[in-house]
Structure formats: structure tokens, C-alpha cells
Design a protein around this ligand. Structure first.
Ligand SMILES: NC(=O)c1ccc[n+]([C@@H]2O[C@H](COP(=O)([O-])OP(=O)(O)OC[C@H]3O[C@@H](n4cnc5c(N)ncnc54)[C@H](OP(=O)(O)O)[C@@H]3O)[C@@H](O)[C@H]2O)c1
Length: 274
């Protein structure tokens, strides 16, 4: 039995889709905090269980019988409770006799001890201390974070701006990371950890992709000030923190991960069709 936690989220839903392509639905269960959001999964034959990271007793029941648990990190990044939630999940998995925990960590969490990555770092240590066999999937930032209505506005304006100083970004799509998680979950002898990276892209290249797929000229201009999400990650991007490249995602998928150009084409063509 494979149990997926937080399966009503965007990543979890994609993982369940990929699992159902690989194993019978009777071998898949989900642990979700709101079972009413998972009626579609129940209709597909998935065992829907209540599992709230804030309610340890629900987690022990939800994880019962799991050969593998995909522990998707909590989305509660505001409250300061995230590491406590994660420790509860790991303790409940140990109590329930889960045979392997597969945890969605963050790329760089093996070394970075502060911020969001620091929470993943603490969770990786809690996993090591738990004695439960585990695998960490160090996911990069989702490509989807950079594919937003702002891109369509950039096409309208004919100009894309950023404060990235041309540094590379190793993002990957949720779809590829979800498929990789499903492959690892169905592997009887996975590695202890994977550092997933997509192939590098830069903002000037993104402007060129926008021109190419829209058929309209989009130039690139560097700006000094960070805006929006860039106020959080701009300094790390400029320091080259997102330029690490590994072969782990390609090797687990058995194919090249989706390129940003292809994903941008999908976004622009979808918007054009709406
Ligand atoms: N790599 C990246 O770029 C990146 C970016 C953002 C976040 N993340 C991390 O990756 C995780 C998965 O990403 P995603 O895109 O699937 O996020 P998402 O769509 O926001 O889904 C988050 C999931 O976490 C569940 N959840 C929140 N609090 C919970 C609790 N107390 N107990 C049980 N479940 C709880 C939510 O349940 P409900 O459906 O009931 O709300 C939802 O199913 C996120 O939770 C976050 O830790 C990664």
C-alpha cells in the first residue's frame, strides 16, 4: 500500500494520477485534512483517509499499512508551526509502522539551515533520527511560479523585466516532479536522496521564448529593484543558488524533463485558446 499525504494539493493530485497509471487503485490511499475535497479520488477507487498534520491520532490511522508514505511537506509556511507539523508526521509514521517515508524536501536543504530550506533541513534531521527508512526528494522551485499572468502582460507590453542579472534557474514542473515521486514510490530499492533539477533557463531566454511562441517581439530589460516573489528569492538567484545541475530528475524519469520553452508555449497557447 502506498499512502500519499496532502493529496488534495496540486503536487499530490498529480502524484496520485501517476500512481494510478502504475499500480491498482486498491494499492493507493491518501491522507488528507479535508476528506470532502477527495471525493473524486474515492470514486476512482482510492482509499481516502483523514490525516491532518495538526492531529496526530488522525495521522496514525491514516498511515496504517503503508509500505511507502509520500510525505508532502506542509504548505503552512506562515505560522511557524511547519517543523512541528513535520515532526508529528514522522512520529506518527513510526508509530504506524510505515516501512519507508518519501519526503518532498527542497533543493539545498541538506546544507541550508535558514528560512524555508531550514525547515526542510530540520525535517531531514528528524527523519534521520526517526530510524524509519526514508528517501528525500529535494525538489527545486516549481517552474509554475514563473509562469503567471505577468508573462502575458509582458507579451502585450513587448518587454520582460527581471532583477536576476542573467543568472540561471533550475526549476522543474510540478508534473515532472510528481511523476518522479511516483517512480520513486514504486521502486522497491530507491536511493536515500535525490537532488532534482530541471535544465537551466534565464530571464533573457524567457523573453526570447515569449517572442517565439507568441509571434510578437518581447525584449528583455534588467531592473535593479526586486518585485513580488523576487523580493524573497532575488538575492539567492543573483548569488547563483539556482544554477546547480544534477542528472537525478532525468535519470528517475528516464527522459529529459520538460523544458521551460515547451511549458511557456503551453501557457501562451492555452491563454490564446481561452
Ligand atoms: N518546490 C516549490 O517551488 C514549492 C513551492 C511552494 C510550496 N512547496 C511545498 O510543496 C508542497 C506541495 O506543493 P503543492 O503545490 O501541492 O502545494 P498546494 O497545492 O498548496 O497543496 C498543499 C497541500 O497541503 C495540505 N495541507 C496544508 N496543511 C495541512 C495540514 N495541517 N494537514 C494536512 N495537509 C495539509 C493542503 O490541504 P488542503 O487541500 O486541505 O488545503 C494541500 O493538500 C507544499 O505544501 C509546500 O510545502 C514547494
Amino acid at each position: 500500500m502506498i499512502v500519499v499525504s496532502a493529496a488534495t494539493g496540486r503536487l499530490g493530485r498529480l502524484v496520485v494520477d501517476h500512481l494510478l497509471d502504475r499500480v491498482p487503485a486498491t494499492d493507493v490511499a491518501v491522507a488528507v485534512r479535508d476528506v470532502s475535497k477527495a471525493t473524486d479520488l474515492a470514486a476512482r477507487g482510492v482509499d481516502v483517509r483523514h490525516g491532518d498534520y495538526d492531529v496526530p491520532s488522525s495521522l496514525r490511522r491514516a498511515f496504517a499499512g503503508a509500505d511507502a508514505l509520500l510525505f508532502i511537506s506542509s504548505s503552512d509556511i506562515e505560522s511557524g508551526q511547519r517543523v512541528d507539523q513535520h515532526r508529528r508526521v514522522i512520529a506518527a509514521a513510526g508509530d504506524a509502522g510505515v516501512r519507508r517515508i518519501v519526503y518532498t524536501s527542497g533543493l539545498g536543504a541538506d546544507v541550508v539551515e535558514e528560512g524555508v530550506l531550514g525547515e526542510h533541513h530540520a525535517t531531514e534531521h528528524a527523519l534521520a533520527d526517526s530510524g524509519v527508512p526514508h528517501t528525500v526528494l529535494r525538489n527545486p522551485i516549481y517552474s509554475e511560479f514563473f509562469l503567471n499572468p505577468g508573462l502575458l502582460a509582458a507579451i502585450e507590453r513587448g518587454e520582460l523585466t527581471s532583477s536576476t542579472q542573467g543568472r540561471g534557474m533550475n526549476t522543474a514542473t510540478r508534473a515532472d516532479l510528481a511523476e518522479a515521486a511516483a517512480v520513486v514510490l514504486t521502486n522497491s530499492a530507491p536511493a536515500a536522496g535525490y537532488d532534482f533539477t530541471g535544465s537551466l533557463w534565464t530571464y533573457p531566454e524567457l523573453a526570447a521564448f515569449l517572442s517565439e511562441v507568441s509571434g510578437r517581439p518581447v525584449s528583455y530589460r534588467e531592473v535593479a529593484e526586486d518585485e513580488g516573489f523576487m523580493t524573497v528569492i532575488g538575492p539567492a538567484i543573483r548569488a547563483g543558488a539556482f544554477e546547480l545541475q544534477t542528472g537525478d530528475l532525468e535519470s528517475v524519469l528516464g527522459r529529459t524533463p520538460a523544458s521551460l520553452r515547451d511549458v511557456v508555449a503551453g501557457v501562451v497557447h492555452h491563454a490564446a485558446a481561452v
